[in-house]
Ligand binder design. Sequence first.
Ligand SMILES: [Zn+2]
Ligand SMILES: [Zn+2]
Length: 283
Amino acid sequence: MITITLLGTGSPMPSPDRAGPATLISAGEGAAAEHYLVDAGRGVLMRLAAVGLGAPNLSAVLLTHLHSDHITDLNDVITTRWVMTFEPTPLTIVGPVGTRQVVDHIVASLEPDIGYRIDHHEDLAYGFTNIDVIEVETGEIDLGGAVKVSCAPTDHKPVHPTVAFRFDHGGASIVAAGDTVPCAGLDDLCAGANALVHTVIRKDIIANVPMQRLQDTLDYHSSPEEAAQTATRGGVDTLVYTHYVPPIPTGGDGADWKALGAEHFAGTIELGDDLHRIEVKGS
Ligand SMILES: [Zn+2]
Ligand SMILES: [Zn+2]
């Protein structure tokens, strides 16, 4: 079994109730548990704390793309990983080409802080945490765990490159897609998976907002209908919506979002507030 926890269901628009884009994929039990963080949006460590986990528990951080809303709190993950572990604990960050440069710049911005902490805490004298950046395009990613992780390119142009990730464990499989329009790469990754987590925007609503900057977002995201069509082509059982634009009212059932998807997908559609959890068993 693999579990999905929607840590942050928000979008670039700050919301008092929805953290930025972040999804936790967990598999295994006890000391053998593995936790993969997909994207690191605003408030991710607050939400991770709410499920009893912290930066030291992460097996790896995987970035779908380098849009700011998906990496806002990567700096927090990096620093907190370092100061909350008591021995050198490398952090693996996986992402599309360009990730290394972004991580290098984040670490450069943290240089004063890193210096303060090393100067002040003798037990941090071993230095800053190692960050192992793995830039990926397609195929299997060797992260050394029991969960098989793979990726494929998605289409969020002009944001490029972008990737989606697939997690296979114990006969269950989950695909976590970031922002993308329907594309062959995502279709290939979804084939035979049990669940698909997909970011969505309501094009039927946004199309009526007379603001060019919002109109611009229509051509590089999927609507609930398009995500449902992707889920159907992939033959998945469960489709999970996240990254709601505009935000779903907190505590709402999102019935209108589900109804749009149900016209194109016969399986189960899940959505919810931050910390909504879905257990995915193999078929
Ligand atoms: Zn994006
Ligand atoms: Zn986004």
